[in-house]
Design a protein around this ligand. Structure first.
Ligand code: IMP
Ligand code: MG
Length: 183
């Protein structure tokens, strides 16, 4: 029988950013995006599932009318290392032609997911296309991608919480913590 790995107690995860640090940074990003799109209709596209917590906080920190849509990508499965092949498992609900689009990501690691999204969305002819990511791990980049808004730049550590998972767990942690396999 397949045994589930025991879930670590939340208190055992080293905090990287606590809830109030995250909230402060997200509201700054919201103010920046509000200012940058002051006269433009905006579509905020969340990349599921990792961005769902960040997305909901960021959307409420942007003081502009907007459309909300989501796309789902899959590349990791239950593993920590990307297979390199990005797959779309849920498409957008509506056209983005002529729209100013801000794509909301949880973390940019190898860059392969953002590369895929930029290529995919460009085909739908948005008026502009920007990337907003909560976290950036530049040391693991395999393809260069332009990032317009970055919450925090972090070293090569595997983090969970605030939407990010390890094997579909820990997404509902209210803070960001380091996940260590050997703990
Ligand atoms: P990419 O390698 O830039 O394509 O990153 C793709 C995805 O890998 C991210 O959107 C996350 O879902 C996942 N990922 C990368 N690093 C982490 C991490 O530290 N914790 C949880 N998920 C991660
Ligand atoms: Mg992601």
């Amino acid at each position: 029988m397949h045994a589930e790995p025991p879930m670590k107690p939340w208190v055992d995860l080293d905090k990287v950013y606590d809830a109030s640090t995250l909230a402060r940074r997200v509201s700054q990003l919201g103010r920046e995006i509000t200012a940058d799109f002051s006269a433009a209709p905006l579509t905020l596209i969340g990349v599921l599932k990792g961005s769902f917590v960040f997305y909901s906080d960021l959307a409420r920190a942007i003081d502009r009318p907007m459309r909300n849509d989501f796309i789902e990508l899959s590349s990791y499965g239950a593993e920590r290392e990307t297979s390199g092949a990005v797959r779309m498992t849920k498409a957008l609900g509506a056209s983005i032609e002529g729209e100013h689009v801000v794509v909301v990501e949880d973390v940019v690691d190898t860059g392969l997911s953002v590369r895929y999204l930029l290529d995919h969305f460009a085909g739908y002819r948005p008026k502009s296309l920007s990337i907003c990511t909560l976290l950036d791990k530049p040391s693991r980049r395999r393809v260069e991608v332009p990032l317009d808004y970055v919450g925090f730049t972090i070293p090569d550590i595997f983090v969970v919480g605030y939407g990010l998972d390890h094997a579909e767990r820990y997404r509902n942690l209210p803070f960001l913590g380091v996940y260590r396999e050997t703990d």
